[in-house]
Design a protein around this ligand. Structure first.
Ligand SMILES: [Zn+2]
Length: 95
């Protein structure tokens, strides 16, 4: 079978980063911080962070917390925290 799409990797990463929802990023950020995320997923996260100031700020906050606690604070990723985060994103003017 031959696919109609040219599945080159150029631009594919950027596309995945744009389509990655902030809530999805938050869900896998723990794995990213623990270094257990596949390289491909980590690259998508990094590309998304470059595009999304909200997630970049969230990651900076998480990294600071990890530095203090010495481990990834799983509690921070509760549904309540995620809702608060998303509410904060909604307040941001779309650019
Ligand atoms: Zn984001």
């Amino acid at each position: 079978m031959s696919g109609p799409h040219d599945s080159g990797d150029r631009g594919d990463l950027h596309d995945a980063a744009v389509r990655l929802a902030c809530v999805e990023l938050v869900e896998i950020l723990t794995d990213y911080l623990e270094g257990v995320l596949p390289a491909r997923d980590a690259a998508v996260i990094e590309a998304h962070l470059a595009l999304c100031p909200g997630c970049a700020a969230y990651l900076a906050q998480m990294r600071a917390t990890v530095r203090v606690l010495g481990h990834v604070p799983v509690e921070t990723l509760s549904p309540e925290a995620t809702s608060t985060l998303l509410a904060a994103f909604r307040d941001r003017p779309a650019t």
